[in-house]
Structure formats: structure tokens, C-alpha cells
Design a protein around this ligand. Sequence first.
Ligand SMILES: *Cc1c(COP(=O)(O)O)cnc(C)c1O
Length: 399
Amino acid sequence: MSEPLMATYKRLPVTFARGEGAWLWDTEGRRYLDALSGIAVCGLGHAHPAVREALCDQAGSLIHTSNIYRIAAQEVLGETLTTLAGMDRVFFANSGAEANEAAIKLARLHAHRRGIESPAILVMEASFHGRTLATLSATGNRKVQAGFEPLVQGFVRVPYNDLAAVESAAALRPNLAAVLVEPIQGEGGINLPADDYLVRLRELCDRHGWLLMLDEIQTGMGRTGRLFAHQHAEIRPDVMTLAKGLGNGVPIGACLARGPAAEVLGPGSHGSTFGGNPLACRAAQAVLRTIADEHLCERAAEMGAYLQAGLRRALAGLPEVCEVRGRGLMIGIELDRPCGDLVGLALEAGLLINVTAERVIRLLPPLILARDQADLLVAELSRLIRDFLGGAERTGAEV
Ligand SMILES: *Cc1c(COP(=O)(O)O)cnc(C)c1O
């Protein structure tokens, strides 16, 4: 058979046929516990009736018209989302990278209007903002950028969770116009900054007249136990991007803005053929309603704490386990060695997990995860980790 797909992904040897809640079944009928949710996308789990009903209903009347007309579902979603986020306006895109592209364009336009000729955006080491040219240039991971030079200019990078570095950059760069940062770094290894990091960044942005732009594409939509992760810090950004969990699998991204930043993009300055189409907006509306109706933020907070405590207990005494960390249902287990092989071993055991930053096991289970499923996850994963570490030691002893 020819290979029609570009080799952009090293795919695991499994094909899923259907899902229900936190469970997936492959084409052979084998069942898997999904502790990844399609990388923080299916927060409501698979085949949630609220999303299915919204999609079926909308597909039966209209899927797409165009943004050159008014779109009722987009206006309703825009109202809901801006109200929930305490923001003024929203632009709808189709993905996370596109939402960040809108934020980057907005920041540049905002700066130009204020007389900054060649504006720069402060970004962080180990960040991830997407795979388009501007967003990979903003991303703090050489692997994402290598080979795609020349990169987009206008990004200044500092270490994450380092306010002194931000102050130094401010002193050196009068052209800084915005900060783009994840409240918790996801791809970078589930990196949590100090509790006051966002508060202090907010203060620095206010002092220097920068836009605080939060990439909540992975942390948003209830994942960390609040609808948006920055709500833990009780600050508000000027710009916030969302995607992943917003449509529960239906592609949709959003760039929200507040105050003067919300008025920057006008007719002709940005656009999208598909962005904010009726189908995607109905899905996102159903997601927001369900998160509220089923108290999924509270549930993520509670189940996340339960899961973290369970993992700490089950992994206690293993010196190879450096740290169990996270917030809500965004959890990382850092080992002292690369552990990418665990993904395949877990798959064989009927468990879907991820490893990021080489040594960090990443768990992003659906927000609807039940207690017995959390128990199963802890039991299975801790067994796999113990076997993996034990096996590695045996191999070491044989050499
Ligand atoms: C996934 C992710 C993106 C990119 O989203 P895509 O939909 O894949 O373009 C950007 N930022 C963060 C923090 C992400 O986790």
C-alpha cells in the first residue's frame, strides 16, 4: 500500500473506532482509558450527548455561511465567552495557532498605533504557541523551529518564571509591546510558575504599557479547576487565546481582548473563512453550558487533587520520580530519565498517556473523569512506571 499521509506524526499502532466518556474502543474492540483527551481537547469526554445534539441540530439547518454575514450562533457564543472571561470582544479562528496569530497581529497593530515602529513581543523559554511561522517563532523550543528559518522577527525570549529577566529585557528593549505567556506550560513539561508570577507580570505590563497576552489554549476551559487558569491569580489579561477544549474536538479557536486592545482589529485587518462558523460555535456553546451545568471546573479541581494525591502515594519511595505536579486535571510526573517508551507500554496496557519534554509523563484526562477511573489510572500507571524503572535498572545491571 502506498503511504498517502505526510510523515508529520510518528503514529502509535492503534486506530480508535468509538468513544464514550473517558473510554475509547479500537477497531478490534479493545477498550482504553483515555487520560489524554486528544491532548486536552475532549474535556467533556467522548460522544457527549450535549455536543452531539448541538452538532446534529446545527448540521440539519446550516453549517457554513460566511463572516460577511451575521452569524447568530457566533454572536451568542461571543456574548457567553466574553462575559465568562470578563473580556470585551472575541475573534474566532479554527485552531490554537490561529488564535495566537490573531493575538500577535493585534499586539503589533496596537503597538504601531501607539508609535512603536518595530514592536517586539516578550516570550518564554520552553513555551509552545503553535506550528505556523509566527507561532513557531514565538515558541521556545528549537526542535519546533529548526529548518524553518528565517524565523519571524519581533520576539524577545526570557526564561519562564523569571521576573528579573523580564525587568532586564524591559530595560534593554524600549520596543517591547506585549508579553505572550502560558499560565502553566503544557508542552514544555507541565511547568508551574510561582504563585505570584502572573500578578507580578500584570504589574510589569501595566507599568510599561505592554499587553498581557495569555495563551490559555491548553490551560483553559476548566482544565486547571477554574474556567481559565489565570483566574487562580485573580488577574485579567488584555488578550487571551483559547482553542483545544473549546469545541470538545470540533475545531475552533478564539482570541479575546479587553479595553483598547479589543478595538484594534477592524474591517480588513484580519479574517477567516471558517472561523466562528455556526457548527463550531454551537459545539463550543454546548461545551460552555455543560461545563457550568455539570460543575466541571469544580470537578476538575477535586479530581485533580485526588489524582495527584493518589499518584504521590503510589509512587512514594521511588527516587527516579522527581516530582508529581500540576493543577486540576493538568498533571505532570517528572522522571529522572527519558521515558517516551512509557507511552507505548501504556497503550499495550489499555491506557492513553503522553510524555512531553522527554522526561515528563503528561496526564490530561477528561474533566468528567470518575473516581473509579482515577483509581484505575493511578494503579495502572504506577505499575507501568515501576516496571519501566525496574526494567531499566535490570538492563543497566546486565551491561
Ligand atoms: C496546542 C497548543 C497550541 C497550538 O494549538 P493548535 O490548535 O495545535 O494550533 C498553542 N498553544 C498552546 C499552549 C497549546 O497547548
